[in-house]
Design a protein around this ligand. Sequence first.
Ligand code: URA
Length: 273
Amino acid sequence: MTAPAAAPYDAPVPRLDALISRNLGLSRRQVARLMRAGRVCDQAGQRLDERGLPCRPSDGPQTVVIDDTTHVLYHRFELLLHKPVGVVTAHRDARHPTAYALLEGTPLHRDLRSVGRLDLDTSGLLLWTTDGTLVHRLTHPRYAVPREYHVGLARPFEDPTPQLRLDDGHAPGLVALQRCEEASMHPALRRSARAQQHASITLRTGRFHEVRRIFAALGSEVVDLCRVRYGDIVLPPALAAGEHDPIDLQARFAGLSPVPSKAPPSPPDQGTG
Ligand code: URA
């Protein structure tokens, strides 16, 4: 018997006061006060005092003027960050600077979530979005989004066999692995003197320390690691460490669908990647 089709989900249309509150980090009460006082206008100078005014995401970002300052109100926001070595992928951390702090001042900053994580010592491409469903899809093994890393290694590694398993029994989702010349590595890869060999590795899984554990299982040691691609999004070579660019991830991953699998469903990847 086939399961009944799910009822279509009608997301509530956001209200103007809620949108202003999300974008400017104000409480709904503060927004109500501003609107009542006639301090919120459209670009033509018309007072906006209907708090429940519907603002459809399909209409695109809305612009309001509050006390002569123009604000663009976003429904969602997405960006790519060149994560430097030495920052943690977290919103808060007692010991290290955070990748989140590098995004200060971006639209909807409070709602941004990273797509997976990179280790403290890993640099490279880290995507961020306010859309939790998209984060889930981009990190879930069923969607098998390929991630490419450039790697500096302390010594040569052995070729992997199909039986390759990591220390916890995990079979890595290896898509490609090749030895490379250092000159072909992405400029965002740190160049340590200890690195004797370079490689490019592409995985469709994102387990904890997966790249480091793969090379350990192949008899080597990762000394420098940089993620250079997520799906078909490449870290722009000219984007400096710590810098970010806006990007429309929903459009870039619009065609993403789960990969059919005979294996029982796995939980979302909890680790790096
Ligand atoms: N694999 C790792 O070992 N570390 C990362 O940061 C990402 C993938």
